[in-house]
Write a protein that binds this ligand. Sequence first.
Ligand code: SF4
Length: 257
Amino acid sequence: MMGKEHRISIATLTDYHLQDFIRCPYQFYFQHIEGKITTQLDRRKKVQFVVNQVVSQYYKLPQKSQTTKKVMELIDDHWSAIDVRQFESKVHYYMALANITDHLLKFLTSKIIEYPPLFLYEKFNINIEELGTELSLTFDVAEWSSNSFIIKKYLVDTDEDMNLLFNNMISVFCKKAFGQLPERIEIFSLMEGKIETYIPTMKDVSDGLEYLYIMKNLLQEPKKYLKTDSLTVCNSCSYQKRCYEGININQERCHSH
Ligand code: SF4
């Protein structure tokens, strides 16, 4: 249980908010509802920002410049924004850098990009009547395919819940906004080097609408928020102190801090 607010109203459901909420509703509350300014973005968000820059700049390069060397240079240029002190140790920092570099190289250079992408880190909004809200979604990379288009998402780390969120959001969004489903959705997990591929169907649109409706209702009731039970999420959370102060903690789910 959390907060004084009985119910908050959601005018726009954004992928950014939903991702944070799925990771930890408490963290979402501190950041987006209470609006507490933290001294630093959490580590994962900073690394994600670097990844987005590298992918975006790589896709904008002319085909002949899309080389392994160029990926290394782009990573080198942007990685300096990451402070080693945000990691548990130097080893952890270098392991993360090595993993991200290795997997970005593999994913970006394995295929020749023949045409400029349809969208590149472009944010769209659409009103969804069934949800009574707007839906806001950023498309990392959308590429033309023979039948329609392919959506690619490059994430620092991801899990089943996160993949389900994107699969649902992308399916609903594409059908409503473009009148067509993507041929496939590819989610790249850069820490693990894995690709999850989904072929969306009309069932994903109806399931997705139901899912988003449930998420909207959960978001609207801070009193029912629960803490995450993932220590990994807590370890990189900028709100640990605030959270440890233990305001209105729901004892049942709270892991011992
Ligand atoms: S410390 Fe853990 S439970 Fe608390 S807000 Fe951060 S991620 Fe959530």
